[in-house]
Design a protein around this ligand. Sequence first.
Ligand SMILES: *Cc1c(COP(=O)(O)O)cnc(C)c1O
Length: 386
Amino acid sequence: MKINLNDFFTEAEWNKVMSFSENRETPFQLILSDVIRQKYQELREHLPYAKIYYAVKSNPAPEVITLLNELGSHFDVASIYELRKLLSLGVAPERLSCGNTIKKTNHIREFYESGVRLFVTDSEADLRNVAQAAPGAKIFVRILTEGVLTADWPLSRKFGCQPDMAFDLLVLSKKLGLEPYGISFHVGSQQRDIAAWDAAIAKVKYIFDWVKEEDIKLKCINMGGGFPAHYLEKTNDLETYSREITRYLQEDFEDELPEIIIEPGRSLVADSGVLVSEVVLIARKSRTALERWVYTDVGKFNGLMETLNESIKYPIYTTKNGLEEKTILAGPTCDSVDTLYEIHQYELPLNLAAGDRLYWLSTGAYTSSYSAVEFNGFPPLKTYVI
Ligand SMILES: *Cc1c(COP(=O)(O)O)cnc(C)c1O
């Protein structure tokens, strides 16, 4: 089951990882900024008509934000804390949108007073708060989407509303002196079924037409994230996603294509990251057990949150070779939730030993930002960007 490194990194990139990691205490996350640069250019190339708003939550490292800012990216911001960070790094407020539908009124005000004019909502109460604290702002209404079963990290149900509510909110936003600007959606993160965009775009088109009855002309579709990173579970490549999504847009909107926004997080940064860890302990639970427990110095609380329900299956690399056997992987803390993979059959070499390194690939997104402050005293995951 040994993975092929060439599927993930060039030889030069891997050499960089190895030489940086040597003699450095684990665990840590290493980000190769060239990979992010390359992913950004790929997105620009395949979806040239789309404005990119990087979803900051996926990896808020200052170096990552600065790099994307230099590349011309916009940013999808979830909280005033991310907002303050971005502003302190010199990102212009015109490049930001407030994408969280759940926010306090005084936080909305801070966004507005900082110069942010794009807000996403999905409820009447939030919309009224926006009208009060951000007068005249541009409003996206977020709709519910399907595709829960085919996304490895679904974001549905908690966010978005049905088309009838979207209609009401757009009409109300106009009454409240806001600018009804567009519809947003998110088909679920690491969405492996491209048809999820087809269904969502068709809904958007329906709402665009419906609100014309109220003299509202929407200008923009915010298609969120959902684009793939390279994990064990197979996906199509970005080119295929882009081609299909472009076709859906053209079919529904023909030559009246509105402004298009995308908010990639995972697909921009995941593949740039390697989580370098060390085996702490290897144990068997009985004399005759056919499987080993391998405990590593990374776990759910310092980077591997998305192993919850074994949702994301990271490619794991070891320099050890030889006969392999089924392994249950677990983290270092005193909580049994901190078991990483028990159902999915990872196989690792029998000669793997305590002190050996395990390299978790495609871990640039949703790892360091999920790391706990001090569960069991373990510090948050360190990030290095090279
Ligand atoms: C998390 C999030 C994203 C990023 O999604 P990915 O699947 O990581 O690309 C984009 N938009 C919003 C509103 C989000 O909450």
